[in-house]
Ligand binder design. Structure first.
Ligand code: DQA
Length: 144
């Protein structure tokens, strides 16, 4: 079974209570369950991790690169300014899909820039939790 890492950046552990009008009422635990279930349906072994720490996220990306593991990543606010994260994504050795719950292009101007998109296989944004499920479908197609 192909392993996939789903990596969530800062503040995403607070899903459900964090700005529900923007990010919905699904909790991070519910997001994990939905990703694992969709992965099982697609024949993927999905592991979901969340951190508020940039260095930890970079370390997980190194691990994925070393082990040739596909990644679905929501870099959260790091999307918009973390060149360290961008450089870690650039080292990928397997598909890497950037996801966002909201549509950053329909929000504040600082969210219109992603420093990650150019080194990702693709980006899916604006579909809430379904963004992750669509990303897992994309990964399944890319590794098939
Ligand atoms: C987000 C969008 C980012 O702009 C924001 O900083 C987040 C979440 C999203 O999933 O919509 O934390 O990545």
């Amino acid at each position: 079974m192909t392993r996939v890492l789903v990596l969530n950046g800062p503040n995403l552990g607070r899903l459900g209570s964090r700005e529900p009008d923007v990010y919905g009422s699904t909790s991070h635990d519910d997001l994990v369950a939905a990703c694992v279930a969709e992965g099982a349906r697609l024949g993927l072994e999905v592991e979901v991790r969340q951190t508020d720490d940039e260095a930890t996220l970079v370390g997980w990306l190194h691990e994925a690169a070393d082990d040739t593991v596909p990644v679905v990543i929501n870099p959260a606010a790091f999307t918009h300014y973390s060149y360290a994260l961008r450089d870690a994504c650039a080292q990928r050795t397997a598909p890497l899909v950037e996801v966002h719950l909201s549509n950053p292009h329909a929000r504040e101007e600082f969210r219109h820039t992603s420093v990650v998109s150019a080194v990702a296989s693709g980006t899916i944004a604006g579909f809430g939790v379904d963004s992750y499920l669509l990303a897992l479908r994309a990964v399944a197609g890319l590794v098939a």
